[in-house]
Design a protein around this ligand. Structure first.
Ligand code: DGL
Length: 265
């Protein structure tokens, strides 16, 4: 097998990074993938930096043992807290994901943007650096999405509890007249419809999924790592260290092409 035929690896604290996997699969259907859902340790958002780095290293080692050619840190919390450590430690290319606050800042007309993310992301140095580089005239309404990841991991996406939390978290944004809301956690694209219903159709909701897929493709092209072989069908292996039922549900539409395994890691 040529190096270019090796899989793309992705990891997240849980099932949220599948929102990135879907973008990757859509843009590069000929690529094989390996997805690691560290659901046992979710949420990462409330953990300290050292713990997040430890999980990121463990996940990376697992993906390296499966011969991945590139690793996507499909988690804003792990990217903003650990990607520098990973890049210093391993030779393999890493793609990270960060809240799309810059594009929102460029497009806003009300000069107010909202960002919903985990505590770990909003408190990170990387996020602080990005937000402090933006105009001081811009109002950034930051909101920790406490409890949202837990509900998503349990499969309670369309529940009353979710609606109550979302209404509470979005209220200050509506009050501040934001015209863009940035989803700074890879779990949150699964809440997009509910958020849109609460804030109304005029507010633009953005996430970084598509940008990450494009960036991954660019890096693979620049390193001559795009899979050009078309004879053998690509494989898609998902590994989860908890019950796989919720993961199976959100990947229902892909069930004929993927394999999901419950494993210990
Ligand atoms: N999906 C993750 C993120 O993008 C992590 C959420 C969490 O585990 O708290 O931040």
């Amino acid at each position: 097998m040529k190096h270019s035929e090796y899989p793309i690896g992705l990891f997240d604290s849980g099932i949220g990074g599948t929102s990135i996997w879907k973008e990757i699969h859509f843009l590069m259907p000929n690529e094989s993938t390996i997805y690691l859902s560290d659901s046992k340790n979710a949420p990462y958002g409330n953990k300290n930096k050292e713990q997040i780095i430890e999980f990121a290293i463990k996940n990376t080692e697992y993906l390296l043992s499966k011969n991945c050619k590139i690793i996507i840190v499909a988690c804003n919390t792990a990217t903003t807290n650990a990607i520098d450590v990973l890049r210093n430690r391993y030779k393999i290319p890493f793609i990270g994901i960060e809240p799309a606050i810059k594009p929102a800042a460029l497009k806003t007309r009300t000069n107010a943007v909202g960002i919903l993310a985990t505590k770990g992301t909003l408190n990170s140095k990387l996020f602080e650096k990005t937000s402090s580089s933006l105009s001081t005239e811009l109002a950034i309404i930051e909101q920790v999405g406490e409890g949202l990841v837990n509900l998503i991991e349990k499969g309670n996406i369309n529940s009353k509890d979710m609606e109550i939390l979302l209404r509470r978290y979005l209220k200050p944004m509506i009050k501040a007249n934001v015209d863009h809301i940035v989803l700074g956690c890879t779990h949150y694209p699964y809440l997009k419809n509910q958020i849109q219903d609460i804030v109304g159709p005029s507010v633009i909701i953005i996430d970084s999924g598509n940008a990450v897929a494009l960036q991954t493709k660019n890096i693979l092209e620049s390193k001559n790592l795009i899979n050009k072989q078309k004879e053998i069908k690509p494989f898609h292996n998902f590994f989860v260290n908890k019950k796989a039922s919720v993961l199976k549900k959100i990947l229902e539409n892909y069930k004929s092409e993927i394999e999901i395994k419950e494993v210990y890691f």
